[in-house]
Ligand binder design. Sequence first.
Ligand code: ATP
Ligand code: MG
Length: 259
Amino acid sequence: MSKRIDVKDLNVYYGDFLAVEGVTMAIEPRQVTALIGPSGCGKSTFLRTLNRMHEVIPGARVTGKALIDGTDLYGTGVDPVAVRRHIGMVFQRPNPFPTMSIADNVLAGVKLNNKRISKGDAEEIVEHSLRGANLWNEVKDRLGRPGSSLSGGQQQRLCIARAIAVQPQVLLMDEPCSALDPISTLAIEDLINELKEQFTIVIVTHNMQQAARVSDRTAFFNIAGTGKPGKLIEIDDTATIFSTPSVPATEDYISGRFG
Ligand SMILES: Nc1ncnc2c1ncn2[C@@H]1O[C@H](COP(=O)(O)OP(=O)(O)OP(=O)(O)O)[C@@H](O)[C@H]1O
Ligand SMILES: [Mg+2]
């Protein structure tokens, strides 16, 4: 199920503004790739191009290629809705449907894709996804309660359960722990470690320790100044980026000299 993504010469625009320029990188299957870099360098923008969420913004567009196992996500005839089904996303703020039950939250994406599912199948998907998101034991006795009745960390794990319920091939996560306490953060990090056996994971994080802990590969993005496009400076094994990066700007960023 896990897939490789090859990005080639990707430019990302908001209207006339070139927000991210010339990104070429390979994202390996069954690995966690971390995207790091200062605020405004285009990490979220770039991440959203990987499941065609960028283009929902009016005027937003992309040039270049993003191939998933060789198929261009931006090829003619490719349905962006189908792309988002295979490439799931988890956002910075947990966004469960507040009045919908915990179980229905997990099933929300599945029902969109495949309107009729049997009760037995639905129960199985709910349990399997909640177990996968490490939330089952905490909620199994209150699956009918609203999503908003959970703590922030639990809500984020619920959103992860919802994302994995549709069995995506790739999971994109934009600062998934930034609103969480250290214990919930560690729970999500453990989960990421388990999920990478099945999924290709790309995670944006401002937390250098987190990038070092959870990722196999790290990509450093930077921006030359306001109004300038963000660029990929380098991507390498996480251990290399954090010990002997090739570019001085990477070293400056990870050692906290700027950003
Ligand atoms: N909807 C939008 N319309 C126009 N410009 C946008 C939009 N969203 C982001 N931008 C601009 O694109 C650039 C990259 O923004 P982006 O949110 O991708 O940065 P980021 O690296 O994720 O930053 P942060 O670390 O603060 O989340 C910024 O200059 C930002 O102002
Ligand atoms: Mg961002």
